[in-house]
Design a protein around this ligand. Structure first.
Ligand SMILES: [Fe+2]
Length: 254
């Protein structure tokens, strides 16, 4: 399996603290059936700045350590970019790292509590530049939980989304689990990833999430997500299903 969102690089953010922890995460990932990981450190999230060149150096070092330790895992380059007014300045300075060599797909993080007013504008400008933002864990965003329609609008505009495996299996609570299901049912999810930060509470639950999806929606649904991750790793376009608007809540007497 391919994991497109993971904080496995040593000492760069709130993921693996050092190389020992990175290797431990790698071993757990392999045990859990993961063969490829996109290392996606936080960038511009008010706490961490991880520019492209630093990520390339760290990823190269980690790939070498994995080989030396005979751990059959390949690290791909990536970055989790917080939506920010400076995102375009950072792009111009070549600090931004997409998930593919064609500069097409970018992991975009919203603040957890809200959707900034300039979100649609940033998505529009990115798309104009040929970059498709993949909004990470929309199911954990407080404003989107309260306003499902807004998520539909962002996907309708051209953004893709990535759900976190832990959300699907209920690790973040009932509300987030149920919103994750609704996102899948409305064709608003395109990828599943671990967003793993460690080997404990934020670990590699990708297989468990796929099992849960297969149980609820059939195995074909897992193929869709798995294939999309594979397409990304090959630098090809993922499949995008037509988004379905959320049904309005009908209040009244039945
Ligand atoms: Fe993350």
């Amino acid at each position: 399996m391919i994991d497109i969102h993971c904080h496995i690089l040593p000492g760069v953010d709130d993921g693996a603290a050092d190389i020992k922890e990175s290797l431990n995460m790698a071993r757990k990932a392999v045990e859990a059936g993961v063969t490829h990981i996109f290392a996606t450190p936080h960038h511009l999230n008010e706490k961490y700045v991880n520019v492209k060149s630093d990520i390339i150096d760290h990823a190269e070092m980690l790939n070498e350590s994995l080989q030396q330790n005979n751990i059959p895992l390949t690290i791909h380059l990536g970055q989790e970019v917080r939506i920010h007014r400076d995102i375009f300045t950072s792009l111009e300075k070549e600090e931004i790292l997409t998930l593919d060599d064609n500069d097409t797909y970018l992991l975009l993080e919203l603040p957890s509590g809200r959707v900034p007013t300039y979100t649609q504008e940033v998505i529009y400008e990115l798309l104009l530049k040929g970059i498709t933002p993949i909004i990470v864990h929309p199911e954990r965003n407080k404003e989107l939980i309260e306003n499902h329609k807004l998520l539909f609008e962002l996907v309708q505009e051209g953004a893709l989304t990535q759900l976190t495996s832990g959300s699907i299996i209920g690790l973040f609570g009932k509300n987030i689990k149920s919103f994750s299901k609704k996102i899948i049912e409305n064709n608003l999810a395109h990828f599943i990833a671990t967003d793993a930060h460690n080997i404990g509470s934020r670990g590699f639950t990708l297989q468990l999430a796929y099992e849960s999806i297969a149980k609820a929606y059939g195995i074909e649904r897992t193929f869709y997500f798995k294939e999309n991750a594979e397409q990304l790793s090959k630098g090809q376009s993922p499949m995008v299903e037509k988004p379905i608007p959320f049904k309005k809540k009908i209040l009244g007497i039945f």
